[in-house]
Design a protein around this ligand. Structure first.
Ligand SMILES: [Zn+2]
Length: 391
């Protein structure tokens, strides 16, 4: 699509990139219990912000409604026994067998419409995958997706049906080399273990150190097995990690691996709980990191299926996802980004500056504790994973 780097070609690419935002009002009918941290209204709020900015139409942008995922597709990852128990529980027939599978716990409560919501939100991610396969989308974003903790036969970490594992499966079945990148603050365990022995789906998860955060997995020495050895990449970050340190790790680890892997498509789980101020985690990022990462992903010139995920500070999450979409759909070019970052530092109220977080001060203690840990992780991955990819 982008053969030469002349400014005219770049402009054409931005204007013609087909970008699909997945949403429908039907999603608004469902919510987790009021005391639960997971708030389904984040997708609606993101849509409202983008609509008010005129960023959901024109320039190749469109909205597509999710459709409920079919049971036959759900069974590509989940067991029939689990799907049956989930449906039964949602209908009020919850029992010990369901509880054994994590359904009806504090993290994964049973609520009205649970099954319909999980299947519809998952259907949105699958609609996005199919639009990419048919060439009708270059980028697609389902802010109602990203349930990366769900396992084949268990609910976990607010997740019931693993839409992202299913999307990777569907794309791989069509012969695509899939890069799954997960920047949610929690380890993307359900997806990593789904493809742990496969090389056609590379999973890369950036997350807070599992010694200090759920789900307690995702250490750097979990690198895959058999044919999948070297195709599972875990990058744990210490408490207090800040933008510059995070990006240093991304550029040292993810960029060379992505280039060596040559993916056909990227599935990007964009949990926003790594942002400073998230009530459930302890990293100190700003949303400028996500914008930077998306610019890197776009430079691969491959389709991108982005989803939501965690994110428990409502306003920060909505702003991060709105910014992510504006970058994905080409409303925020690399050149504009530099201006916008400058605008943030100068506390400009110009609209792109309005979506971007201000730069955060980094303390001496943060620098002294964070960088050595990150450097050790980079060294481990360079020594143990890079050689497998000829790096
Ligand atoms: Zn999370």
């Amino acid at each position: 699509m982008l053969k030469r780097q002349g400014s005219e070609e770049i402009r054409v690419t931005l204007e013609t990139r087909k970008a699909v935002f997945i949403y429908s009002q039907a999603l608004e009918a469902y919510s987790y219990p009021p005391e639960h941290p997971f708030n389904t209204i984040r997708a609606q709020r993101t849509r409202e912000v983008l609509h008010s900015m005129g960023l959901l139409s024109g320039g190749g942008r469109s909205q597509v409604a999710p459709v409920p995922a079919e049971r036959i597709v759900l069974k590509k990852f989940h067991s029939a026994r689990y799907l049956h128990a989930l449906k039964r529980a949602a209908r009020g027939r919850w029992d010990a067998e369901a509880l054994d599978m994590g359904i009806g716990t504090g993290d994964c409560p049973v609520f009205e419409g649970l099954y319909e919501y999980a299947v519809l939100a998952t259907g949105g991610t699958l609609v996005a995958a199919n639009l990419i396969l048919s060439g009708d989308a270059h980028v697609a974003f389902n802010p109602s997706g990203g349930f990366h903790h769900a396992g084949p036969e268990h609910a976990s970490g607010f997740c019931y049906i693993n839409d992202v594992a299913l999307a990777c499966t569907v794309l791989a079945e069509q012969g695509k080399r899939v890069l799954y990148l997960d920047v949610d603050v929690h380890h993307g365990d359900g997806v990593a273990y789904a493809f742990y022995d496969r090389s056609d789906v590379m999973t890369v998860s950036f997350h807070q150190n599992p010694r200090t955060l759920f789900p307690g997995t995702g250490f750097e020495d979990e690198i895959g097995m058999g044919k999948g050895k070297g195709y599972c990449v875990n990058v744990p970050f210490p408490v207090g990690t800040y933008d510059q340190a995070y990006l240093e790790a991304f550029e040292a680890i993810a960029l060379p691996l992505m280039a060596a892997y040559h993916p056909d498509v990227v599935v990007f789980e964009l949990g926003a709980d790594a942002l400073a101020g998230d009530p459930l985690a302890h990293l100190c990022l700003t949303n400028n990191v996500y914008a930077e990462i998306i610019h890197h992903l776009l430079s691969l010139d491959k389709p991108i299926l982005a989803t939501g995920g965690g994110g428990y500070n409502l306003d920060n999450t909505v702003r991060a996802w709105a910014l992510a979409w504006s970058v994905l759909c080409g409303a925020d070019s690399g050149e504009d980004m530099n201006h916008a970052v400058g605008g943030v530092l100068l506390e400009s109220t110009e609209w792109q500056g309005g979506l971007r977080d201000r730069a955060l001060a980094v303390s001496q203690t943060q620098r002294e504790t964070v960088m050595p840990a990150i450097k050790a992780t980079i060294d481990f991955i360079k020594a143990n994973i890079f050689p497998i990819h000829g790096l």
